[in-house]
Design a binder for this molecule. Structure first.
Ligand code: 5GP
Length: 194
């Protein structure tokens, strides 16, 4: 018997909107859903595990994979020193065939491209901060960006919000619990048809 096809839950949003926190809380509620593992050229952080967080590969290997058409999409993420990130076609296809649902944490343009590649299997969610002022506060509080980087991120917001209109759903992350509840409802309806 062919299993039910899996769904791709595509999640993107401006950096600092808090998508990682929302995603982790949602994943605790749905143990059947797995994170999709991408390839990247960025160095592994201490706590990260090869094959769990990413497949860490060299730039020449990444370019070879593009050449071999092994990636559904790929992007150079400028805020990460121009490192390359890409979604593996084989990873997605084998999950979908098994009926495995995947959550894909991805940059905004990459998310739009995955949705275009798998229109029947995708549910896309855009997580946005309540306001520009709120985003600025979060970025300052997070402490990973200097003043110049924060300025660049804020300037990029209008364009990013515009791209966000191409997603199926938008969740404004003003309150974490509310955002997690809204996300949960989308999954129950569109992934589990409850
Ligand atoms: P980080 O280096 O913090 O893990 O991720 C940096 C950014 O790259 C995040 O916005 C993340 O969503 C995005 N990203 C992760 N994997 C992929 C991917 O396969 N493709 C694209 N386009 N972006 C990705």
């Amino acid at each position: 018997m062919t299993p039910n096809p899996g769904k791709l839950i595509i999640v993107a949003g401006p950096s600092g909107a808090g998508k990682g926190t929302v995603e982790n809380a949602v994943m605790e509620r749905f143990p059947d859903i797995e994170f999709s593992v991408s390839v990247t050229t960025r160095p592994r952080r201490d706590y990260e595990i090869e094959g769990t967080h990413y497949f860490f590969i060299s730039k020449p290997e990444f370019l070879q994979r593009i050449e071999n058409d092994e990636l559904v999409e790929w992007q150079e993420v400028y805020s990460k020193n121009g490192h390359l990130y890409g979604t593996l076609r084989s990873y997605i296809d084998s999950a979908l065939e098994k009926g495995q649902h995947l959550l894909i944490d991805i940059d905004i343009k990459g998310g739009i491209n995955v949705k275009k590649a798998y229109p029947e299997n995708s549910v896309s969610i855009f997580i946005e901060p309540p306001s520009l002022e709120d985003l600025e506060k979060r970025l300052i509080h997070r402490g990973t960006d200097n003043e110049e980087q924060i300025k660049i991120r804020l300037e990029r917001m209008p364009e990013e919000m515009n791209l966000g209109q191409q997603f199926d759903y938008k969740i404004v992350n003003s309150d974490l619990d509310d955002a997690v509840d809204a996300f949960t409802e989308i999954i129950k309806r569109d992934v589990y048809h409850q």
